[in-house]
Design a protein around this ligand. Structure first.
Ligand SMILES: [Zn+2]
Ligand SMILES: [Zn+2]
Length: 327
């Protein structure tokens, strides 16, 4: 077990404190999509959702979710592969459309999560308050959503000097407001124009609601479920020094990120779903990008490495697709 090189109390880990204004902004951007998800159930009951909304919402969901999983997470945080500049920028923009903060902030928090996973210093561990039932309930709420309101920011100079030195990333950070407008505006425009050639404002509002607000709310909660549910439940076939688990029923919606136990056991692996039957759409897309020559130096897992990481070698069956992945 490797000990963190810096203790959680060390000043080096913390940046400026989050002010009230920032917390209000977080509240608005977290709260409104969340209310939209709740409202969607009520609305769906009444007059339904058009198939245009579902198509636009599904397309946006796929693009934005993979912007987070492939871009923010596997590329920018863990360097599981190298991307050419157009792919890097596309992924950073797509991830920004998830309204989870800019890539630099997101990556800083996530690198800290891996350094202190489920120990003091982890920004979002469900085990933060203890192991009694009330402490775990409180911990789940904290890991899922509460931590986003925490005023302790991660020290970026310590955790993400590489991204701070990348002018493309700094530019995308500075463009967050227009990107947030885009993530809600694009589905509205698509919905309003999709039809008989004339602008339909009713359809635009409907697409704004379903493919904008509800879709962003859903992505928020799926991403946050990786922090809460996948550090609480799931199978743990691999050796990791934390409580990360593989939660199969979240795998599809999360683009393969719910194979979280393997991810903590082998964080730089480009594929998280390494066992037979474990769907990992993010890994599939990285494979495609590699074929096109946009992604290089991809860190694909191999059977020996998987066996070395498994708790009981011999009991795990790697996916047959791994063979094709090896260089
Ligand atoms: Zn984790
Ligand atoms: Zn990670």
């Amino acid at each position: 077990m490797t000990q963190p090189t810096t203790t959680p109390g060390s000043d080096a880990l913390w940046g400026d404190r989050m002010g009230t204004r920032d917390r209000v902004i977080v509240g608005v951007f977290v709260g409104i999509p969340f209310l939209a998800v709740i409202a969607s159930v009520v609305v769906l009951w009444g007059w339904g959702v058009s198939w245009h909304d579902l198509v636009i919402g599904a397309v946006m969901y796929l693009i934005v979710m993979h912007g987070v999983t492939i871009g923010y997470h596997r590329l920018f945080t863990h360097k599981a592969f190298k991307a050419n500049r157009p792919l890097k920028i596309t992924l950073a923009v797509a991830g920004s459309l998830a309204v989870q903060g800019d890539p630099i902030t997101w990556v800083a928090d996530h690198r800290r999560h891996h350094q202190f996973a489920d120990q003091p210093g982890d920004p979002h561990s469900p085990w933060r308050f203890g192991t009694s039932v009330p402490a775990l309930i409180k911990g789940m709420v904290w890991a899922h959503i509460g931590w986003t309101f925490n005023n302790e920011k991660t020290n970026e100079r310590h955790y993400v000097p590489d991204l701070l030195a990348d002018r493309d990333m700094v530019l995308i950070r500075n463009l967050q407001l227009p990107l947030v407008l885009l993530t809600f505006g694009a589905p509205a425009v698509a919905g309003g124009l999709w039809g008989e050639g004339t602008w339909d404002s009713g359809a635009a509002w409907s697409a704004f609601f379903w493919a904008g607000l509800v879709r962003v709310g859903l992505i928020h909660h799926v991403t946050w479920s990786i922090n809460s549910i996948c550090h609480m439940a799931g199978e743990r076939p691999f050796k990791s020094r934390d409580k990360s688990g593989n939660v199969w029923w979240l795998a599809l919606l999360s683009g393969g990120e719910a194979w979280h136990n393997l991810h903590h056991a082998d964080p730089t692996s480009a594929r998280h779903g390494v066992l037979r039957g474990q769907i990992d759409s993010s890994a599939r897309l990285i494979q495609l990008f590699e074929k096109f020559g946009w992604a290089t130096d991809v860190r694909w897992p191999d059977e020996r490495r998987i066996a070395a990481k498994s708790v009981t070698p011999g009991s795990v069956t790697p996916t047959s697709a791994l063979k094709g992945d090896r260089k």
